[in-house]
Write a protein that binds this ligand. Structure first.
Ligand code: 5BU
Length: 300
């Protein structure tokens, strides 16, 4: 006979799955090789959130207002400060205070793509000296590993060696992106060979055995069906996490909602309920084992 679970049994099973996922994220944080991602993983476990808010607003006031509403629900805030009209040093100071108060890590979506020497200077000097205040920055793989060498040198020069990390773009979400499967495989290989600075990847469907994945192009069913008219392609939170990604980068799906705080919570709960499924927790556990320091056999 088929026995249905009672509501209290279902709640118990959900609580157990929550705890299992929280424990796996915490253990992965302990073993993951990058300090900024350790912090992201610890926050994800604590807040039960793998949501990255892409705060693509136009003014500093809108930015601060959005962070005040949504900050408690996210693990990472992604910024392009150069797209915000009146962003200034005071805005940055306030954002950094909010990051501490509401407990999230900052990613600057710099998409560094030049030769290493130029990237190093951009990282150190552009956008209020990014290397000093953004633990995570994004980089394109197109110019080869020099971009990562430049970021590593920049992190050292800023006194942030072993603290900052780069998120390397292996696949983009936009229509007609040139990041095909061959490119993605090469970018992932490049990332895995440069783990002194690479913290994670931006991917869509192809993932690394080691590095965690962030995925943009996440929206509701209406966005998924229509796109944004400017080439962005969307998939649902469920599709993206089911496909093996770990963190969802969401901008307009949250920002433009009638109630951004509520919408962020809905995305958080949806993503979390998929990630706590057995196969995804098992995949996280495999990564924990891969990163654990290898036991060296004692000499006889
Ligand atoms: P949206 O409003 O959820 O579509 O915003 C997505 C954000 O992610 C936006 O800031 C983009 O610059 C960013 N993004 C992206 O959409 N696709 C990519 O492949 C990469 C970044 Br990489």
């Amino acid at each position: 006979m088929f026995l249905r679970k009672s509501p209290s049994q279902t709640r118990l099973a959900d609580d157990q799955a929550d705890q299992e996922l929280q424990l796996s994220l915490t253990q992965l944080a302990e073993n993951y090789p990058n300090a900024a991602m350790k912090q992201v993983l610890a926050i994800a476990a604590e807040k039960k959130s793998v949501i990255v808010l892409s705060a693509d607003v136009e003014t500093a006031d809108q930015l601060l207002e959005l962070i005040e509403k949504v900050g408690k629900t996210i693990c990472v805030l992604k910024l392009h400060v150069d797209t915000i009209k009146n962003f200034n040093q005071n805005t940055l100071t306030r954002v950094l205070d909010l990051a501490k108060e509401l407990n999230f890590v900052i990613m600057h979506d710099s998409k560094f793509s030049d030769i290493g020497s130029t990237v190093m200077k951009q990282y150190l000097n552009a956008n209020y000296e990014t290397a000093k205040w953004a633990p995570l920055v994004t980089a394109q793989a197109i110019s080869g590993p020099g971009v990562l060498t430049g970021l590593l040198a920049g992190a050292k020069a800023a006194g942030k060696e072993n603290m900052n990390g780069a998120i390397l773009l292996a696949q983009m979400s936009s229509e007609g992106a040139l990041t095909d499967d061959i490119y993605a495989a090469k970018a992932i290989d490049m990332a895995e060979k440069n783990m002194a600075i690479v913290a994670a990847l931006v991917t869509q469907t192809i993932h690394s055995k080691y590095l965690l994945s962030f995925t943009p192009g996440v929206g509701g069913l209406a966005q998924a069906a229509k796109g944004d008219g400017l080439g962005q392609k969307y998939r649902t939170a469920r599709d993206v996490i089911s496909g093996g990604s770990h963190f969802l980068i969401i901008g307009r799906g949250i920002m433009l909602a009638e109630n951004p705080a509520k919408e962020a919570e809905a995305y958080r709960n949806e993503a979390w309920s998929v990630l706590r499924e057995e196969q995804h927790v098992a995949a996280l556990k495999t990564r924990i084992e891969l990163f654990k320091p290898k036991q060296v056999a004692a000499p006889h």
